[in-house]
Design a binder for this molecule. Structure first.
Ligand SMILES: *[C@@H]1O[C@H](CO)[C@@H](O)[C@H](O)[C@H]1NC(C)=O
Ligand SMILES: *[C@@H]1O[C@H](CO)[C@@H](O)[C@H](O)[C@H]1NC(C)=O
Ligand SMILES: *[C@@H]1O[C@H](CO)[C@@H](O)[C@H](O)[C@H]1NC(C)=O
Ligand SMILES: *[C@@H]1O[C@H](CO)[C@@H](O)[C@H](O)[C@H]1NC(C)=O
Length: 426
């Protein structure tokens, strides 16, 4: 399969990190594959939140860490910003097709004219030149799922005009595994940027290796104490590693530890089970990074990204048609997946804090990019019904990924802010 630079993200949809189902992949149209990879995990998140009118009174997220001690920039509000986005569908060739909301008929433009304002300080706008100065002679790896791709596409768009990036994937990988990762290089800045597909972070195998089970509820076998080789050796020489994944932990999973099966759960609704796997996967991931021989880079965790299906389940006509952000109060009142988001977020934060202490002892930097609450306030930022994905001639509604441009660009403002904090300690 030929993957042009601007199509890479689509191409990557057709290459799951499991060789054994390659045969299956060839049988499936890419839209169905996208459904499996992207939407299946959402079944449960929706199942566990059937009522959208239920009110959850839970305290908001607490992401105080060493890096945010002077100002928690993840706590704030979305404010009008009439200047609008950094780029558009004409100026950026890296926009993922199905996230190109404006091109495909998203009537709303207001969602592009908002800016994240932390309560206690100012989050600077993204400055491509500043970013490129920081990464001069350096390398950056994104590790994770399609939400991670969403962020790297945003970053590519943000630095595109200054960076002169060239896709050099072919020089570093065989044709066979080209979809597993992607590599860009900027000669001007001697900067290497890569993305490694690893939605579970740990070793994962399809429960149905022969591909007989074509159902959307196929289980995955996760080897919770073994990191996914896809990223382990790739990141050793990288200066920045950005970890971002989550939604896949909502699908049916069997767990293995020490090579033995410890939990066999194909049942759909078991949040405790999902959270156990999620916690272990992050433990294994962080432990591996901290003990990775020769690794000297800075690691950033991007926290769980919220989805905003409303009215019905995602696969039963659920959609997201809001055109305004929530205030924090509205979010706590109306956001129907808040308790699931908070559970996942809390697990991530607990594991991150533990790992950060260990990392510090070894002189390694760990930074937190806590997007969960800010993004829970953006039900208006998804493609929704205005995407252009079709499955069996029916348009797929996407309330999980983020339009490009869109609020996901803010994640890279956070990233740049954190990178500056690390290069000049506060
Ligand atoms: C937030 O977390 C920090 C670190 O765990 C803790 O010291 C602090 O009390 C927490 N703040 C709130 C408001 O829960
Ligand atoms: C960009 O979006 C506009 C709709 O606002 C559309 O008319 C145009 O064809 C798109 N251009 C590209 C290059 O996708
Ligand atoms: C690019 O950066 C790497 C890592 O800092 C360095 O070893 C190498 O010499 C640089 N190459 C050029 C052409 O500047
Ligand atoms: C979203 O859809 C619901 C149900 O169809 C409708 O009542 C509501 O007015 C819509 N909201 C917007 C902002 O269009």
């Amino acid at each position: 399969m030929k993957c042009e630079a601007k199509e890479i993200f689509n191409c990557m949809h057709t290459s799951i990190n499991i060789r054994k189902i390659m045969a299956l992949l060839l049988l499936l149209p890419s839209t169905l594959l996208l459904l499996i990879m992207v939407f299946l995990p959402l079944i449960q998140i929706i199942n566990s939140n059937q009522s959208s009118s239920e009110v959850y009174v839970i305290s908001t997220l607490n992401s105080t860490t060493a890096e945010t001690r002077n100002c928690n920039m993840f706590s704030g509000q979305w404010s009008p910003y009439p200047k609008g986005p950094y780029y558009n569908n004409e100026t950026c060739p890296y926009i993922i097709e199905h996230l190109n909301c404006i091109k495909f008929g998203q009537p709303d433009r207001e969602f592009l004219k908002l800016r994240w304002e932390p309560y206690d300080c100012e989050l600077p706008l993204f400055n491509a030149k500043e970013f490129l100065r920081l990464v001069q002679g350096k390398s950056m790896a994104f590790v994770g799922d399609s939400i991670s791709r969403n962020q790297i596409a945003s970053l590519l768009c943000l630095i595109n005009s200054d960076a002169n990036l060239v896709d050099v994937t072919r020089e570093y990988t065989s044709k066979d595994n080209a979809g597993y990762f992607k590599l860009w290089y900027s000669i001007k800045h001697n900067f290497t940027l890569t993305i490694v597909w690893s939605p579970f972070l740990v070793k994962a195998m399809d429960d149905d290796p022969y591909g007989y089970d074509h159902s959307l509820s196929r289980a995955m076998n996760l080897y919770l104490d073994e990191p996914d080789e896809a990223w382990v050796n790739k990141i050793v020489n990288f200066d920045y590693v950005i970890i971002s994944t989550g939604q896949w932990f909502l699908r049916p999973m069997n767990f293995f530890e020490n090579g033995e099966i410890v939990a066999n759960k194909r049942r759909k609704e078991d949040m405790e089970h999902n959270l156990y796997g999620y916690r272990k996967a992050f433990q294994t991931c962080f432990r591996t990074i901290i003990n990775l021989k020769g690794f000297k880079g800075s690691t950033f965790l991007v926290t769980h990204s919220p989805n905003h299906f409303e009215y019905e389940k995602w696969n039963e006509g659920g959609y997201c048609n809001r055109t305004k952000p929530y205030t924090k109060e509205e979010m706590l009142k109306y956001y129907n997946h808040w308790n699931v988001l908070k559970s996942f977020h809390d697990v991530q934060l607990e594991e991150f804090r533990e790992a950060e202490k260990e990392a510090r002892k070894k002189g390694l930097q760990f930074g937190l990019i806590d997007v969960s609450e800010a993004m829970a306030m953006r039900p208006d930022g998804h493609p929704g019904k205005h995407g252009h994905l079709y499955y069996n001639n029916v348009k797929v509604t996407d309330c999980a990924h983020w339009c490009l441009p869109g609020p996901v660009d803010t994640w890279n403002q956070f990233l740049l802010y954190m990178m500056k904090g690390i290069s000049t300690p506060i």
